[in-house]
Ligand binder design. Sequence first.
Ligand SMILES: [Zn+2]
Length: 61
Amino acid sequence: MSKWIKRTHFFSSDKYECSSCGRQFDRPSAACPGCGAAMRGSQYDPSWVDEVEMLDAIFDD
Ligand SMILES: [Zn+2]
């Protein structure tokens, strides 16, 4: 199961790192553009729930 790991940077925009291949992208997407892994929330990481809600807000625009 893959997910986006948000990387916050002080001097550039936030990046989203693929937990499968480790590549970073400006925006999260339903599947990693780098390795094609389908992104799903992790049931083992409670913090991910909040991020899913945040991602939903991003996808709405
Ligand atoms: Zn990837």
